[in-house]
Design a protein around this ligand. Structure first.
Ligand code: AMP
Ligand code: MG
Length: 539
């Protein structure tokens, strides 16, 4: 299919109140869900990579994606008929504090493409120039953060984690000034634009902004719109005419679903070792999608206190182990907005409790699957799991390698000597010398318990291996891997971006040809290097 054949059905702009001011100037936007704004033209669009899966979803073939017209459109230089570009108005709590209006400061939605299967996919350019929501910033994005967003959104999708997608990564041909270390040394970096794709980019903050401004009318309109368009299964069309407000009962049901979807997303993050890094309420999707890939990171060493975000280094609010709690806190803020509409807190509070219950249940069954257990037996397995997580912290242990290789520990081998049990896991330790004394003993004791527990497992070792391989990825986007791809891309060599995209298409497959390079611990040089260990928000 060619680009001209893309059809658009722009529900967000057709059905929701628009900012009446057409000038693209930075300001507070009142009583509107969005502002129409055109992307800024750039000098020389050049395709770095595209996702063939996302292209296929939209009905676009390879030749189309490699055309100069594609690069023009998805760098923001050409707007197709049917597109209706706009930036969304939202607010948010940043690091626990209400920050007021934020909005799409460097994201411009092109429109909602309707594909052959009648699905609506919003196409959104990130880094396409300023909008009324840009505040003091430039509306642009640099190559390094765009490579990270492009690769990670696709990697997460292939891992089975709900996420926004990425269609394309395109160089603008222009330079962007960034002070990466916030040390007064700005550098010129290549500019880039990612086209993100999702069924909806609505965030918790889209609702919060109207509640904070006591604009209940617009809040009502947006809630109704969201339920009708993004949660249509909650509406009974026979009893709900389009012009009637959605009943409170349905609003409660909707919030319940937001809570369970969010819980499911966080369970996935904890499964694969993903740390978002900036879980502000403006970065929480109403659909429970992972959204806004900024200073995110992947656990290498299993350390629940780790946060990749330098801005978060002192409080560690967004550390790995705190993500379930922060999501709960964020849902509570969303409930505080919705209650302005329903004026009845009870059912919303129940849903917050449901979040906690859904998360806990999902977490333990996910962890049981990571251990290859056919079922989760709370009495024995909860302590087994908790003790494992403590043991992993005794010495630096690579989370991905440990869980991937755990399948090779045999069942019912309590009589085996400790060394035999430990053998399959040796690759996971960063400092093998520390695996001695109490640490060694605790590790072997745990492995013996695990092996004994497997004796009552209803799976053969082979079946257990298959189950474990389906939840314990072999390949994740380790921070240093993305950085190596960025280093090359900044030199004009895009090959590694594409190679990683290929590798991460099949994160659960063995791919023996990549084992030595990528099924490996983080190299020592990456321990302290910026972009590999810690990241700033500068992007
Ligand atoms: P983030 O922490 O990346 O989610 O961004 C928080 C807010 O800052 C959002 O409203 C973004 O749109 C905005 N923002 C971040 N970077 C830029 C930029 N370079 N230009 C304009 N707005 C930005
Ligand atoms: Mg954001």
């Amino acid at each position: 299919m060619t680009l001209d054949a893309l059809t658009f059905d722009n529900r967000f702009t057709n059905q929701l109140p628009a900012d009446p001011i057409a000038v693209n100037s930075r300001r507070q936007v009142q009583k509107a869900c969005y502002s129409r704004v055109l992307p800024t033209e750039v000098a020389a669009p050049e395709l770095v990579a595209y996702s063939r899966e996302v292209a296929a979803m939209l009905g676009l073939d390879e030749a189309t994606c490699r055309s100069s017209e594609f690069a023009d459109i998805f760098a923001g230089n050409k707007v197709l008929p049917g597109m209706d570009p706009f930036a969304m108005c939202y607010g948010g709590h940043q690091f626990g504090n209400w920050a007021g209006q934020l909005g799409d400061g460097r994201a411009i939605n092109l429109g909602e493409a309707r594909n052959a299967g009648n699905e609506h996919w919003t196409l959104q350019l990130k880094g396409a120039g300023p909008t009324p929501y840009s505040r003091t910033a430039d509306g642009l994005a640099v190559l390094r953060s765009s490579v990270r967003e492009f690769l990670c959104s696709e990697a997460m999708h292939h891992l089975g984690v709900p996420t926004t997608r990425a269609l394309s990564l395109i160089l603008s041909g222009e330079k962007v000034r960034r002070d990466m270390f916030y040390d007064g040394n700005p550098q010129l970096e290549p500019g880039a634009i990612v086209c993100r794709v999702a069924k909806s980019f609505t965030r918790f903050g889209n609702f919060q902004i109207f509640a904070a401004r006591q604009d209940i009318e617009t809040l009502r309109t947006l809630v109704d719109f969201t339920i009708r368009n993004d949660f249509p299964h909650l509406i009974d069309n026979n009893t709900h005419a389009n012009d009637e407000p959605v009943a409170n009962e349905i609003v409660f049901h909707w919030f319940r679903e937001v809570c369970t979807k969010t819980a499911e997303m966080i369970v996935h993050w904890q499964r694969v070792g993903f740390v978002h890094g900036v879980m502000n309420t403006d970065n929480m999707s109403i659909l429970g999608l992972t959204i806004d890939y900024g200073p995110y990171g992947w656990l290498e060493d299993y350390n629940p206190d780790w946060t990749p975000n330098t801005t978060d280094a002192s409080g560690r609010r967004y550390r790995f182990g705190n993500q379930p709690t922060v999501a709960h806190w964020n849902l509570y803020q969303l409930a505080n907005a919705i209650v302005q509409l329903t004026e009845e807190p009870g059912p919303l509070e129940d849903s917050l409790q449901l979040y906690a219950d859904t998360f806990n249940k999902g977490y333990f069954s996910m962890m049981a699957a990571k251990l290859g257990l056919s079922g989760f037996v709370p009495e024995t397995d909860e302590p087994l799991i908790n003790d494992l997580l403590k043991t992993l912290q005794l010495t630096e242990t690579d989370m991905t390698i440990f869980f991937r290789n755990l399948k090779n520990v045999p069942a019912n081998a309590s009589d085996a000597d400790g060394e035999t049990l430990l053998e399959p896991l040796k690759e996971a330790y960063y400092k093998p010398g520390e695996l001695a004394g109490d640490t060694l003993k605790a590790t072997i004791d745990w492995l013996k318990r695990y092996s004994q527990r497997l004796a009552s497992n209803e799976l053969s070792d082979q079946q257990r291996g298959t189950l474990m391989d389906s939840v314990n990825p072999k390949y994740v986007l380790r921070n240093y891997m993305a950085q190596l791809a960025i280093d090359k891309a900044e030199q004009g060599d895009h090959s590694m971006v594409n190679a990683l995209l290929d590798l991460l298409r099949h994160p659960y497959d063995e791919q023996p040809e990549h084992e030595e390079t990528f099924f490996a611990k983080r190299p020592e040089w990456a321990r302290e290097r910026a972009g590999c260990s810690m990241l700033s928000c500068s992007s």
